[in-house]
Ligand binder design. Structure first.
Ligand code: GAP
Length: 406
């Protein structure tokens, strides 16, 4: 259950993260970014409650020794692996944090943990952020990065893995009016889902009832998606009250109090937390974009990705490997690469190359043919409509820029 992202996967993943950062940090005056450490002082994890509570109930089949999450199976039924009935061990709590040792000695004092969420870094750094920026409440801190969870049952491709990336926001507010901020952030999450091209018909907003919410949360909404393996969580948003900052204040002895510069009022802020998984975004984006169509009696697979997420925005394709065509095409690819992610491909027939670009979601193909030698123009082919347009070589960059913005 470890996944590598190849040359196209990493481009898609990076684009998701960049668009998220642009939407939630770069374009907002009330959100600042952060990159906190993956290995923090273990006291952070005792303070946050992860040491005691970040655990899943684990049972093991006594016959085949396969382990399951007790809350995901019926322990009175046969084992899903070997078929033995009612043969599970008592449920035991299993902490999901990955343990490691800091420094050369493997001793108790050196134990540390890989972070299981990015959120805590934003809480413990909050006092430093308040003193070093001009931000006033309400404002948010955002960060993205790797997290690690020793999941008992990883699976469903990249849906649940032990190493994954989160993109999270902690939005700090006064207690009054948190409901409005919550609604605004839920609306922003909908905008993000739209911006990624995730199929809205497969999205379900599930209000978590009080008896299933964390005791400190007065409202939590799970945003679920219809995956091929069922309706399950894509994202979440929670109102966490002042729970986190109070815990860190108590355990660190530091002040997590905010002084309103206008009213002089002092209080520990409350938090709204919208949280996004990168891999689940990538999977939902792929599932939403994938389409099969019939073109001239043949199946065409096309990934209708938003152009800003596509691994390549353009592909430059000389009609053949003839030297004079390549000589004309290579500088076009070089120029386009200054502004876009651009592929240059000379192998196979032009029809096959178009299909290949359709399958990886490239919105525009730029074809250099024998006429190009005379008219100094190329053909731009659009992925979804497959329409073609003749454009002067000197204008290709500008034309694509306009098309990609629209
Ligand atoms: N700070 C809050 C938090 O960590 P979470 O629901 O545990 O909340 C947030 O995780 C998001 O991270 C989820 O909505 C999901 O998108 C993603 N996620 C959680 N566990 C995951 C796993 N094992 N593999 C991949 N993504 C995961």
């Amino acid at each position: 259950n470890s996944w590598d992202y190849g040359p196209l996967g990493v481009l898609l993943k990076n684009n998701i993260k960049r668009v998220w950062w642009d939407m939630f940090v770069k374009s907002r005056r009330d959100v600042v970014g952060l990159e906190s450490a993956l290995i923090m002082n273990p006291k952070v994890w005792s303070a946050s409650g992860h040491m005691d509570n970040f655990a899943d109930p684990l049972v093991e089949c006594k016959k085949c020794h396969v382990r399951f999450r007790a809350d995901e199976i019926n322990v009175n039924e046969p084992c899903g692996k070997c078929g033995e009935a009612g043969q599970f061990t008592e449920s035991a709590s299993f902490n999901m944090m990955f343990k490691t040792y800091v420094g050369p000695k493997e001793e108790a004092a050196a134990v540390a943990y890989l972070r299981p969420e990015t959120a805590q870094g934003m809480f413990v750094d909050w006092p430093a952020i308040v003193t070093t920026t001009r931000q006033k409440i309400p404002f948010g801190v955002a960060q993205m990065g790797k997290v690690f969870r020793n999941e008992i049952t990883p699976g469903n491709f990249i849906f649940r893995t032990r190493e994954f990336e989160q993109m999270e926001i902690e939005y700090f507010v006064g207690e009054d009016g948190w409901q409005n901020h919550f609604d605004e952030w839920l609306e922003w999450m909908r905008k993000w889902i739209d911006a990624c091209g995730i199929d809205k018909r497969k999205i379900h907003e599930v209000e978590i009832p009080e008896d299933e919410r964390a005791h400190y949360s007065q409202r939590t909404v799970d945003i679920e998606f219809d995956w091929p393996f069922g309706q399950k969580e894509l994202y979440g948003i929670a109102y966490r009250g002042d729970y986190d900052l109070q815990l860190h204040a108590k355990n660190s002895g530091q002040s997590f109090t905010y002084k309103d510069p206008e009213t002089g009022e002092e209080y520990v802020p409350h938090v709204i937390e919208p949280t996004f998984g990168v891999e689940r975004t990538l999977l939902a984006v792929l599932l939403s974009a994938y389409q099969e169509e019939e073109v001239k009696g043949e199946k065409r697979v096309v990934l209708k990705l938003k152009p800003e997420l596509a691994p390549y925005q353009a592909a430059v394709l000389p009609l053949s490997k003839k030297e004079e065509l390549m000589k004309l095409a290579e500088p076009i690819a070089d120029e386009l690469s200054q502004s876009f992610s651009c592929e240059y491909d000379v192998t196979q027939s032009i029809g096959k190359r178009y299909r290949r670009q359709d399958e990886i979601g490239t919105p525009f193909c730029v074809t250099v043919d024998f006429d190009s030698l005379e008219d100094k123009a190329v053909t731009i082919r659009e992925r979804d409509s497959m329409e073609q347009e003749r454009v002067l070589i000197k204008d290709v960059g500008k034309v694509l820029e306009v098309k990609l913005i629209v």
